[in-house]
Design a binder for this molecule. Structure first.
Ligand SMILES: Cc1cc2nc3c(=O)[nH]c(=O)nc-3n(C[C@H](O)[C@H](O)[C@H](O)COP(=O)(O)OP(=O)(O)OC[C@H]3O[C@@H](n4cnc5c(N)ncnc54)[C@H](O)[C@@H]3O)c2cc1C
Length: 431
């Protein structure tokens, strides 16, 4: 460091030194704590900055928005009241490629990039967050099979399920194991050529409509994150019992419920190879950007609810958009939405580049969740009494947003993960 007396180092000299260094082989310390994860030697700026979308991605966004406007928007309030999502429409969404979005074509999915899947998910969530949760939970459930399954398992449980337009559930949480899945107790034991499963899962999305359950279980005599495995259980297997749908604050059209397993028998070939805890954590690295995209959709929809209203609602002789205190809310909403979009695209870009980043995925999920709640709250306030009314969008978005800081790892858990990952490069360094 130059001393104050010697003055700053001449910038020209610094740039000259850098250009010499760049002309030779570049040695990069990935994730050095200052610049975050370095993506590759030949990154494109769009991927690295994550702030632009491609023409193909724009087409995906348009297609998702059109699907939602034509098939979902007019019915959402009815589904909300019925606390149900039409299963027939799930089949249509599956055929249209809005479910299983990032599943490779080789396994029957449309094979979109994670970025494109996130962009479509945001569009779906801007229309109805419950639909986005329903669709995304299926992709979450199939990810462990893609990560750890054999070709035969991918064929039997992914390709065949998609061909039937069926859904899957990701079953990790238990009544006594939420934030800390290492405390899960659902057991698996071998019996001849079978596995026998006993236990209970809680808060499972698509419970009651999923054909396949991707269930995290514990081997006998193990504890903590050791001895956890992942087993594939068709819902119709004897001994599987589906609880009634939970009464929730929001996302009413998304099914959530408990599932119990009593002496459930499946063949050993239904067991995924490898450490189930690691499979679950790797899956969450992939799914958290998609959950962040649901938050982005809520932000986008909230802006669309509030801004036209603020321009037309006249109070005190002028549109409320001309009152500076309303402008402050609009500025916050707009800023948080942009922040959320950048984080979604950045975290998805890393996955597309084959560089899952626990840190970036958690930051995206963390900020998108809290931003969605805050942005939805501002929309309620801008619409005043109409914002509080169940007849208009903001009230539903506000209730729908509130689960984001809870599911897929709570805000507190994201904070722990982010702090752990931020500290990692500095551990064991000499001061
Ligand atoms: C609508 C909905 C859908 C869901 N879908 C699924 C699904 O499809 N599959 C699935 O497996 N799970 C699902 N979940 C479960 C969800 O992931 C859990 O609810 C979540 O992980 C929190 O667990 P918990 O509810 O048991 O809360 P707890 O773990 O009991 O936490 C309660 C509070 O304590 C805080 N806390 C806990 N531990 C710590 C700590 N170490 N430090 C600081 N604070 C802490 C939490 O952040 C939270 O605020 C769903 C939940 C909901 C509500």
């Amino acid at each position: 460091m130059p001393s104050a007396a010697s003055g700053p180092e001449p910038v020209g000299d610094v740039l000259k030194a850098v250009s010499v260094e760049m002309s030779g082989p570049r040695i990069i310390t990935a994730n050095d704590g200052r610049w975050g994860q370095v993506v590759s030697e030949e990154f494109s700026y769009a991927q690295a900055a994550g702030s632009f979308i491609t023409g193909t991605e724009a087409l995906v966004a348009d297609a998702a928005r059109t699907f939602c406007n034509e098939n979902m928007a007019p019915q959402i309030r009815a589904w909300e009241q019925a606390k149900a999502f039409p299963v027939d429409l799930l089949r249509v969404a599956s055929q249209s490629g809005l479910i299983n979005m990032a599943i490779p074509e080789a396994y029957g999915g449309p094979g979109l990039s994670v970025r494109a899947a996130c962009i479509a998910t945001a569009e779906i969530a801007a229309c109805c967050a419950a639909a986005a949760t329903t669709f995304a939970a299926n992709d979450l459930a199939l990810k462990p099979i893609l990560l750890a399954g054999t070709e035969a398992q991918k064929d039997e449980f992914v390709r065949a399920l998609i061909a039937r337009q069926g859904l899957a559930s990701f079953c990790l949480t238990e009544p006594d194991a939420g934030s800390n899945p290492a405390e899960l107790r659902t057991s698996v034991r071998e019996d001849g050529s079978d596995l026998v499963i006993n236990g209970a899962k809680q808060w499972i999305t698509n419970s009651g409509i999923a054909e396949l359950l991707v269930v995290f279980v514990r081997e006998p005599g193990t504890q903590g994150n050791k001895g956890i495995r992942c087993v594939l259980i068709p819902t119709k297997t004897s001994g599987v019992s589906i609880g009634k749908p939970e009464a929730k604050m929001g996302q009413h059209a998304s099914y959530t419920g408990a599932i119990t397993f009593t002496d459930v028998r499946v063949p050993k070939s239904n067991l995924l190879d490898g450490d189930g805890f690691k499979i679950a954590m790797r899956t969450l690295d992939y799914s958290r950007p998609v959950t962040a995209a649901i938050g982005l959709g809520i932000c986008m929809g909230s802006l669309e609810d509030a801004l036209p209203y603020a321009l037309t609602r006249v109070q005190g002789g002028k549109p409320i958009a001309e009152h500076q205190l309303i402008q402050r809310r609009i500025a916050i909403m707009s800023s948080l939405t942009l922040e959320t979009r950048l984080l979604v695209l950045q975290s998805a870009s890393l996955l597309d580049l084959g560089q899952p980043s626990t840190h970036t995925a958690s930051v995206a999920k963390y900020r998108a969740s809290t931003n969605a709640v805050e942005v939805a709250d501002h929309a309620v306030q801008i619409l005043g009494g109409y914002g509080y009314s169940g007849e208009y969008g903001p009230e539903k978005r506000y209730r729908d947003a509130r689960v984001l800081p809870i599911y897929e790892g709570t805000t507190e858990i994201q904070e722990l993960v982010i702090a752990r990952e931020a500290l990692r490069p500095y551990r064991n360094t000499q001061i």
